[in-house]
Ligand binder design. Structure first.
Ligand SMILES: [Zn+2]
Length: 134
């Protein structure tokens, strides 16, 4: 599902040439392949940056989440669907597809923003920010 892990330094270097929203970088597969829209939301939720912008120190948690979130999901999927891996089981995801549901961390409402015809789900409380900042 995910390529060989990048070291944090390689990850930072790899992200440098990209401008624009973090989610697009994740889903375009230019840096790490195999991350779709749903898992990008989950990774960003785990790492807690505002989904459309990221600070230097958030790169550390993002780097960790890029590998830990899909690995955890894979374990859940193996347990739940065994070899029927083509089945899309997504009910264990925390934010993706959970618009208006309660955030698993503190119970705030999950938000949905549609950009480039894709829906991004995130928690405004855990992932605060605005495109208008700075
Ligand atoms: Zn939250």
């Amino acid at each position: 599902m995910i390529d060989e892990p990048f070291s944090l330094d390689d990850f930072k270097l790899g992200l440098k040439p990209f401008h624009g929203e973090v989610k697009g970088v994740l889903t375009r597969g230019r840096l790490v392949s195999g991350i779709g829209n749903a898992y990008a939301d989950e990774i960003l939720y785990e790492a807690r940056p505002y989904p459309f912008k990221i600070t230097a120190h958030e790169l550390v948690s993002l780097h960790r989440a890029v590998y830990s979130v899909p690995a955890k999901a894979l374990r859940v999927l193996r347990e739940r669907v065994g070899d029927k891996i083509h089945r899309k089981v997504r009910d264990f995801l925390k934010v993706h597809g959970k618009k208006n549901d309660a955030c698993p961390r503190y119970g705030n409402t999950i938000t949905a923003i549609t950009a480039n015809r894709r829906e991004t789900n995130y928690c405004r409380h855990c992932q605060p920010g605005s495109l208008l900042d700075k």
